[in-house]
Design a protein around this ligand. Structure first.
Ligand code: NAD
Length: 476
């Protein structure tokens, strides 16, 4: 049993004032595998005070000093990759191939922050003015349970790169990952108070961070509902807010695509992280003239997909993170059928051979239209919806007919035609015939998928306030 009792304030592991203990589960077995002690509003205020006290000195550090600090962070996180992998597998059952990515990604995003910092222009001339980009102050960094370690490292490395200090509120459901990362960050030997971390509930610790007048900026990754709430709370003190929210991303399969060749990518995009990914390609847009053929190929491929033990290298899909999430996904599978969509694969209940664990059958709906709830709402599980379209213009129109706009995938034989279509899709990122991720490019969403961007110079700018200096020379 894991027992995580400490939070991190002013360079020290401390016992929180909060008394509540939260159960951690292994979603593959439903067993309780540990407990984490949650901080409360007082703990959040202590962490904010420490970050505020550390800000003046940290904001005056040189670029070289900050690069050196981030390099220490990078080394410390790399050294804990194996430990992080084990935490990811046991804590939310990411299949091992995905788990490996999640264990290496935190170091990768620190590396991108180092590159961005080395190249960043903190000053520039605008006419007769000198424009100086200055750090906004204490930043509140709030992360979701999926890829918690990566989000902590990315947000923190970027905040520190700009000269901001930080209070991190990780997901209370990812305490094992948080603990591994925290240990690494401690070993990186940053000045006390520069970063602080409080495990706790969103509506307690997260709320205090969003409300507190000494926090200048919030960077949040999570659901759209909480993101909207944060904007309202942060408005009282006019905090700068960056939001990375949900998605209902389209995969546009063009009429010249070789279905056998593209199907692994279509399904990987949709079932990414067991379907629990903000960027998952959950709406599969298929030319109506070739719908029957697409359905046959898709059905054959889905029948080969394996659900089960995340440690097994052959596993494609692991469990849902919690019972609540399992029930939510089951509800959507019922809704899809009630709405009149046809089940091509999967359905309610657990996959054959799995009696325990929060496993969901990889599920494909077809005969669906874009007005259905299964096409409009983020399900966050391995449930995909095939939607037929008439021509390219119709495909683009369906792709854009959504409240979201985080990611999209276009699959077709001609790169030029794919790019032409990609340019018309309203999404922060469009992938063409690939699922490759570029951590140096801006990441974020259009519409209700978010506000602002993370990564690279775009991510850094969100932690900086431009200050204009206009100097008149009295001697002239
Ligand atoms: P969530 O919104 O429930 O929680 C995210 C974080 O917000 C947690 O740390 C939670 O404790 C905190 N929180 C909850 N209520 C709060 C409040 N009132 N004030 C402040 N903080 C509060 O999301 P989740 O279930 O952890 O993660 C899944 C969601 O995250 C999905 O919608 C997914 O699409 C989204 N997501 C988006 C991205 C992206 O980059 N766009 C990446 C991963 C996940």
């Amino acid at each position: 049993m894991h027992r995580i009792e400490h939070i991190y304030i002013n360079g020290e592991f401390v016992v929180p004032h909060g008394q509540e203990w939260f159960d951690l589960h292994n979603p593959s077995t439903e067993e309780v595998i540990g407990q984490v002690r949650l901080g409360d509003a007082l703990d959040a205020r202590r962490a904010i005070a420490a970050a505020k006290a550390a800000f003046p000195a940290w904001s005056r550090t040189t670029r070289e000093e900050r690069v050196a600090a981030l390099q220490r962070m990078h080394r410390a996180v790399v050294a804990r990759e194996e430990e992080l992998l084990q935490a990811v597998l046991v804590e939310y059952g990411a299949p091992s191939s995905r788990g490996r990515w999640m264990a290496t990604y935190p170091a990768e995003v620190i590396a991108q922050a180092i590159d961005a910092l080395q190249a960043f222009d903190f000053e520039e001339q605008a006419g007769m003015a000198r424009v100086i980009l200055t750090p906004v102050g204490v930043s509140g960094l709030i992360t979701p349970w999926n890829s918690n370690a990566g989000f902590i490292c990315n947000k923190l490395a970027t905040a520190l790169a700009t000269g901001c200090t930080a209070v991190i509120k990780p997901s209370e459901m990812s305490a094992l990952q948080t603990q591994v990362v925290l240990q690494a960050l401690h070993e990186a030997d940053l000045p006390p108070g520069v970063f602080n971390l409080v495990n706790g509930r969103g509506d307690v610790v997260g709320e205090e961070i969003a409300r507190h007048p000494d926090v200048a900026k919030i960077s949040f990754t999570g659901s759209s509902a909480v993101g909207q709430h944060l904007v309202r709370t942060a408005a009282a003190t006019l905090k700068r807010v960056t939001l990375e929210l949900g998605g209902k991303s389209p995969t546009v399969v063009l009429d010249d695509a070789d279905f056998h060749a593209v199907m692994p990518m279509v399904l990987q995009a949709g079932f990414l992280n067991s379907g629990q990914a903000c960027i998952a390609g959950t709406r599969i847009l298929v030319p109506r003239t070739r719908l029957g053929e697409f359905e046959r190929v898709a059905k054959a491929h889905v029948s080969q997909i394996q659900s089960g033990d995340p440690h097994d290298a052959a596993t494609d899909i692991g469990p849902m993170v919690s019972q609540k999430q399992w029930e939510r996904v089951q509800r959507y599978i019922r809704i899809g059928q009630e709405e009149g969509a046809r089940l091509l694969a999967g359905g309610e209940g657990r996959p054959a051979g799995l009696d325990g664990g929060w496993f969901v059958k990889p599920t494909l709906f077809t005969d669906a239209h874009n007005g259905m709830r299964i096409a409009r709402e983020e399900i966050f599980g391995p449930v995909l919806t095939i939607i037929p379209y008439e021509d390219d213009a119709d495909a683009i129109s369906i792709a854009n007919d959504t409240d979201y706009g985080l990611s999209a995938l276009v699959l077709g034989k001609s790169p030029e035609r794919c790019v032409k279509i990609a340019r018309q899709i309203e999404a922060g990122r469009v992938l063409i015939n690939t699922l490759a991720h570029e951590p140096r490019a801006p990441f974020g969403g259009f519409k209700q998928s978010g506000l602002g961007r993370e990564m690279g110079k775009w991510g850094m700018s969100a932690y900086l306030e431009p200050k204009t200096l206009v100097v008149s020379d009295p001697l002239k």
